[in-house]
Design a protein around this ligand. Structure first.
Ligand code: TYM
Length: 332
């Protein structure tokens, strides 16, 4: 059976973009693949985090994943730092990846901004740890949102270069999996930017933990334009806010943008926002309730992550051994 790997950073709560772009697909793909899902705490410290906050975030994000339907018995859910092979392979891949490849990463450029000299070396090397996450399990399918595609292409480049340099075929090439209309959910305040945990305004995103009233309020305040919704997709030209809200509607209903317009095309925003709120609440409310319940029980979450970590470790170690043998590291 083909193996899937994917991860999400423990930086506060997961939002609707994480859910529609990634986590919901993780859950769907559980029938048909062997899945390994990871809370990437080692990626999270590329930007300083208070230890207590990191622990809280790992619990929160793991609770979100469990509430959304990740099955930790049939599949694996763990936090990255439990499996040392990620860091060990990342070092090897650091020696394969080129500085030029890393400097072209748009996420690094965005996060570093004008402050390039002063960001951590870990932030620069972030994509090679991500490549290690995937390759240490020889995973071939990686469900992600559109913003991670460039990192995934880099993971493939690293795998190809490793195989070429060492004249071997150790790593299969991982492919992205993107399903549905919500590959890129945009901010509710500025539809030219993606919905993101790091946006200072909480009104820019719907958190999976938001209750129905908060979701309604955020959609009421969401930026729009004065015209009613278009009847066809061509009508979205120059109207990124309208497109984003309709795509969110299509996303939660799991239909195409065209199908969504058959239902809501031509509506005034005031009416559509109520329809949209109801659809989003119907999808998120059960998850949010379950999440709050699971989040209370940190002992349960820890036991899931520990068990997942042990099983992940058992899969990763033979691959790391194969890599070390290929490289010529003496170990006995
Ligand atoms: P992260 O934590 O930023 O996001 C987790 C997942 O959510 C998707 N996503 C979105 N999808 C649609 N619209 C949005 N606005 C949106 N925002 C986030 C992301 O594409 C991602 O799939 N580097 C990764 C974590 C990672 C990883 C990996 C992923 C580490 N190692 C290995 C896959 C494989 C990240 O920061 O995701």
């Amino acid at each position: 059976m083909e193996r899937i790997f994917s991860g999400a950073q423990p930086t506060g709560n997961l939002h609707l973009g994480n859910y529609l772009g990634a986590i919901r697909n993780w859950v769907k793909l559980q029938s048909g693949y062997e899945c390994i899902y990871c809370v990437v705490d080692m990626h999270a410290i590329t930007i300083f985090k208070e230890p207590a906050e990191l622990i809280r975030s790992v619990h929160e994000v793991a609770a979100c994943m469990l509430a959304a339907g990740v099955d930790p018995k049939k599949h694996i859910l763990f936090n990255q730092s439990r499996v040392p092979a990620h860091a060990e392979l990342a070092w090897v891949l650091n020696c394969v990846a080129r500085m030029g490849w890393m400097s072209r990463m748009t996420q690094f450029k965005d996060k570093a901004g004008k402050n390039r000299e002063n960001v951590s070396l870990g932030l620069f090397a972030y994509p090679s740890l991500m490549a290690a996450d995937i390759l240490v399990y020889k995973a071939t399918k990686v469900p992600v949102g559109e913003d991670q595609i460039q990192h995934l292409e880099l993971a493939r480049d690293i795998a190809v270069k490793f195989n070429n340099d060492y004249k071997c075929n150790v790593f299969p090439l991982p492919e992205p999996v993107m399903l549905g209309t919500s590959r890129r959910v945009m901010s509710l305040r500025d539809a030219t930017k993606k919905m993101s945990k790091s946006d200072p305004s909480d009104y820019s995103r719907i958190n999976l933990s938001d209750d129905a009233d908060t979701i309604a309020l955020k959609f009421r305040k969401a930026k729009t334009d004065p015209m009613p919704l278009p009847e066809t997709v061509e009508g979205f030209e120059g109207r990124p806010e309208a497109l984003n809200l309709v795509n969110i509607y299509a996303g939660v209903r799991d239909i195409t943008t065209e199908e969504a317009l058959k239902e809501v095309g031509g509506q005034e925003f005031s009416r559509f926002k109520k329809v949209l709120t109801d659809a989003v609440v119907a999808e998120l409310e059960p998850i949010s309730k379950e999440m709050h319940k699971i989040a209370q029980d940190t002992a349960y979450i820890d036991s899931v992550l520990k068990n997942g970590g042990e099983r992940a470790d058992a899969l990763a170690q033979p691959v790391l051994n194969e890599v070390y043998d290929t490289i010529g590291f003496l170990r006995n």
